[in-house]
Design a protein around this ligand. Structure first.
Ligand SMILES: *[C@@H]1O[C@H](CO)[C@@H](O)[C@H](O)[C@H]1NC(C)=O
Length: 335
């Protein structure tokens, strides 16, 4: 049914006062909470899907939540405010009109030397032989989110370089978020790093949404005849087999499956695909799967399924699945 037709029908039903509506009205007046419940239901069941249908951009916002710039009062150009005192903020142009905000943190052992240094010094430091991590964060928020800063600190303390970009549309990066756009951004950043890091290992660490971006980029790179030195997938999800909990209205489609015919699942229309499982079958990089057992976005059994896919495509030697992040150092040493 046409959306507008649907809307008109709903509104005419409301306006016409069908038989019995007076009784309903009286009941609602005598029980104010019922009225509230009725309106909540109306908004949830009718207005939300109708708005999603009419304004496809809204879907993008719900899926990526990129406009929620948490933490709110951080100046992304000043990572030192978050005690990242050996980090520089920079902007890279991944394609015409797209400027990406990126933080580069050098190994913690160099923190004193790094004080007051400019972009040129940081770029040169990349060629120190230390492994370089590119950390691809999940949806919602910016590169300044506390757990993301935490990952940068841990990796830096282990003696590694860390580059943390905000994808297009996130943080202070320009543009609108799209799956293909993320791949372009990450591919660009990877090549930028490779051009400056000599023979150092370059490892991609994706978290949640970032795991989808990681495997998409890995496959794109393989098409160009290159392979990532190592890939860490933390909380990987597979949109083909798994209902993504990143969508706040997903329960709606589960609870009312029939409605899917009227309002198609938003990610189907917006081509939010992230075919992780298919990507894993093509990937040739050593892969480390990290996950927490209480992750509701990426339940453990899905991660295990994907690990099995990757092991089948490569072998158990190159696909690891530890329970503890302390294994990261061993992983890097084994590359
Ligand atoms: C700067 O960062 C390093 C590495 O995290 C830390 O050891 C050091 O104490 C920090 N220095 C200051 C002045 O905050």
């Amino acid at each position: 049914m046409d959306t507008f037709q649907y809307l008109t029908e709903i509104f005419s039903l409301v306006a016409e006062e069908p038989p019995g509506s007076r009784v309903v009205k009286e009941v609602l007046t005598s029980r104010p909470w019922l009225k509230k419940a009725f309106w909540s239901l109306f908004i949830l069941l009718i207005l939300v899907p109708v708005s999603l249908k009419i304004l496809p951009q809204l879907v993008q916002h719900f899926v990526y939540a990129h406009r929620i710039r948490v933490p709110f009062f951080v100046d992304l150009s000043r990572p030192a405010d978050l005690s990242l005192n050996h980090t520089i903020n920079m902007y890279l142009t991944s394609e015409e009109g797209i400027s990406l905000g990126v933080w580069h943190t050098v190994p913690a052992s160099q923190w004193e030397e790094a004080q007051g240094k400019d972009l040129a010094w940081y770029q040169k430091a990349l060629d120190s032989g230390s492994p370089v991590f590119i950390y691809l964060h999940g949806n919602t928020g910016t590169r300044a989110a506390p757990h993301r800063v935490g990952v940068a600190k841990v990796l830096s303390a282990l003696g590694y370089h860390v580059l943390v970009p905000d994808y297009r549309g996130f943080g202070d990066s320009t543009g609108e978020p799209t799956e293909a756009g993320f791949t372009t951004d990450v591919l660009f950043l990877y090549k930028w790093v490779k051009a400056r890091s000599g023979n150092s290992l370059v490892i991609i660490w994706g978290h949640s949404l970032g795991t989808g971006v990681s495997t998409n980029t890995a496959v794109k790179l393989i098409e160009q005849g290159e392979v990532f030195d190592g890939v860490i997938l933390e909380g990987a999800f597979n949109s083909a087999r798994q209902k993504l909990n990143i969508h706040p209205f997903i329960w709606y489609y589960w609870t009312y499956p029939g409605i899917g015919y009227v309002f198609r699942e938003p990610w189907a229309e917006n081509k939010v695909v992230f075919p992780t499982e298919a990507n894993l079958k093509k990937m040739k990089s050593p892969i480390l799967f990290l996950h927490s057992e209480d992750d509701y976005i990426a339940p453990l059994h899905f991660v295990q399924q994907m690990r099995d896919v990757a092991v089948k495509a490569q072998n158990a030697e190159r696909v690891k699945d530890p329970r503890l992040p302390s294994i990261i150092k061993e992983f890097v040493m084994s590359l």
